[in-house]
Design a protein around this ligand. Structure first.
Ligand code: HEC
Ligand code: HEC
Ligand code: HEC
Ligand code: HEC
Ligand code: HEC
Length: 430
């Protein structure tokens, strides 16, 4: 396993475009330190590296090696790396994956930044695609597309599929997957099976499998002494690790390829328990309490610097509008400056931790209801970032895509908790 980090990588040229690319790379990856090829975090047993770790270190060496020559006897479908080809046989995994963010990992927010890099700046590309589209064949198709964007209506290029089946499951045209659930083993070299069979490895059922992209290593980019990406370590320190509840058990229940997270209302509801108390009235004052406890999120709620969760209590009139001056908020997030120069605040909830929003305000004569609400802005950081790329003129060829990404990020917010209590007449208020 690697412990030392290669030198920070940056765009070299000095023209405007690569200045933009440099900015992006530093802002997003920054992190570039964290983007150099590296193995998942070490878990050293007394016997040294365990078998899973050895497998993962090889499996997730980036850049991933090209698949190489197609084995004799493979049909065109078995040789193909695009997800649609796998999907013709693995129907369930394909239809799930399609709806996941892994399938959208080369959306306009990512591609819109890559397109402003030089076609042959492969190290710069790797700084992003090592997580977003890691196959060697995707790196090639990306370079081609930057040099010469595909015509409208032409076939989708491999890199546009984002984090594909093959990136997690195929090396040198050989398939790797978890042990079969029924315990039957069908080892590779079984010519009777499509793609010559497959090899099973318990690494697929292990949280360390995900750490390859969801955990920075020691020495990578950190703010205020905390790594920018620390999901695996947060999980490892939690009771879920002790109880044997892996990332997969929450994010791939029944091995479904869904990977729902902070963008999904139901997933967020499953992750926390919310309680309200009040309103209590005392001499014209209204008092209330909103408590949010991380009861089902296997890491910090939320784990990244990008989302924002906003808890609110406020009074409304009969028309449902907020009565000015009555709103109190508490933001749950790891807030950082857009250029990642500083951590502003960290109010995320570790597993089993809770936060309390206490309300004590004058009851407004216009008030008819007291409302408790919790909103999620899954892409709050990106909205700001895309805005600044447009405003600062860094998005040139990628401008249309970044505008798309900006619009998408603004559509992402949702409310997952809302309770309205009447303040007049008979009701819970005393
Ligand atoms: C022509 C049909 C076909 C195509 C195309 C195909 N597969 Fe398979 N695959 C199979 C069959 C059949 C099995 C054995 C399933 C079993 O064990 O029940 C299998 C097994 C697997 C396994 C092991 C499953 C396990 O239980 O761990 C993985 C992983 C896998 N395929 C991935 C892929 C990927 C990725 C692609 C595309 C790059 C692909 N396959 C393309 C038919 C296909
Ligand atoms: C090769 C890198 C890579 C690996 C391995 C990987 N992920 Fe991801 N994951 C990503 C990227 C990149 C995104 C963001 C995609 C986007 O929105 O552009 C993502 C997004 C997600 C999300 C959605 C987050 C949200 O904002 O809602 C979840 C959940 C997730 N991954 C869980 C997992 C789990 C669990 C595993 C292990 C089984 C895993 N990932 C393995 C790269 C990876
Ligand atoms: C270590 C893995 C990793 C690397 C390297 C990486 N990302 Fe990401 N990226 C993620 C994960 C995980 C998410 C989803 C979580 C989040 O929203 O923060 C994500 C989300 C994003 C998003 C928001 C979702 C979307 O699809 O619009 C953008 C934009 C993005 N990354 C751009 C980049 C760019 C540009 C680079 C290179 C400078 C890069 N990333 C490098 C892992 C990575
Ligand atoms: C981010 C990595 C990742 C991607 C992308 C991915 N898989 Fe998987 N896949 C896994 C993991 C991890 C497991 C094992 C989950 C577990 O054991 O809980 C798995 C399991 C499987 C299995 C065995 C299912 C079973 O029920 O036993 C098949 C087959 C499979 N994947 C095919 C695919 C296909 C086809 C695609 C694309 C449409 C795909 N995978 C995309 C990580 C991935
Ligand atoms: C006990 C269930 C559970 C476990 C275990 C778990 N997660 Fe999550 N995860 C959640 C829930 C619930 C959410 C949605 C709330 C949130 O975003 O914090 C989530 C959100 C996410 C997100 C979205 C980004 C964000 O800022 O929150 C990513 C990425 C993610 N998980 C990855 C992982 C990885 C990687 C592991 C293993 C190291 C893991 N999760 C373990 C339940 C779990």
């Amino acid at each position: 396993m690697k412990t030392g980090q290669p030198a920070r990588r940056r765009a070299r040229d000095s023209n405007g475009k690569s200045a933009a690319a440099w900015f992006l790379a530093v802002v997003l990856c920054g992190l570039l330190v964290g983007c150099s090829e590296k193995a998942p975090p070490p878990v050293v047993t007394s016997a040294g590296q365990d078998a899973i770790e050895v497998f993962l270190e090889r499996h997730w060496t980036r850049p991933i090696a090209a698949q190489g020559a197609v084995p004799a006897g493979f049909s065109a479908q078995e040789a193909a790396l695009d997800p649609d080809a796998c999907g013709r046989c693995h129907v369930q995994q394909f239809s799930d994956w399609k709806t996941s963010l892994h399938a959208k990992a080369m959306g306009p927010g990512v591609l819109g930044q890559l397109i402003d890099m030089a076609p042959d700046a492969s190290e710069e590309h790797q700084a992003c695609i090592r997580c977003h589209a890691p196959l060697a064949e995707q790196a090639t198709s990306l370079s081609v597309a930057i040099a010469r964007p595909r015509a409208a209506g032409a076939q989708v290029s491999l890199h546009e599929h984002g984090l594909t089946c093959a990136a997690c499951h195929v090396r040198q045209h050989e398939r790797f997957g978890p042990p079969r659930r029924d315990g039957i083993t069908l080892e590779a070299g079984n010519k009777a099976l499509p793609h010559g069979g497959w090899k099973s490895n318990a690494a697929f059922e292990d949280s360390r499998f995900c750490a390859a992209c969801h955990q920075f290593s020691e020495g990578d980019f950190a703010l205020n002494g905390k790594l920018l990406e620390n999901t695996y370590e947060e999980w490892k320190a939690s009771r879920y690790a002790r109880e044997g509840k892996s990332c997969q058990s929450c994010h791939m229940p029944e091995r479904r390829h869904l990977w729902r997270g902070v963008h999904d209302e139901q997933m967020v509801k499953n992750g926390v328990t919310v309680t309200v108390a009040g309103p209590f009235r005392a001499t014209g004052m209204l008092e209330a309490v909103l408590t949010i406890r991380n009861t089902g999120t296997g890491h910090r709620f939320p784990t990244y610097v990008t989302p924002k969760v906003i808890a609110e209590i406020y009074q409304t009139g009969m028309d449902g509008r907020v009565v000015p001056g009555t709103l109190r908020q508490h933001v749950i997030a790891r807030l950082v400056e857009l250029d990642l120069s500083r951590e502003i605040a960290d109010t995320r909830l570790a597993p089993d931790e809770e936060t309390v929003l206490k309300y004590r305000e004058q009851m407004d004569p216009r008030a008819a209801f007291l409302v408790y609400r919790i909103r999620v802005e899954p892409d709050a950081f990106y909205t700001e970032l895309f805005n600044s790329l447009i405003a600062g003129g860094q998005a040139v060829r990628g401008r249309t895509m970044i505008l798309d990404a900006l619009a998408n990020s603004r559509r992402a917010p949702f409310t997952f908790f809302e309770v309205r209590q009447p303040l007049r007449g008979p009701g819970p208020a005393q």
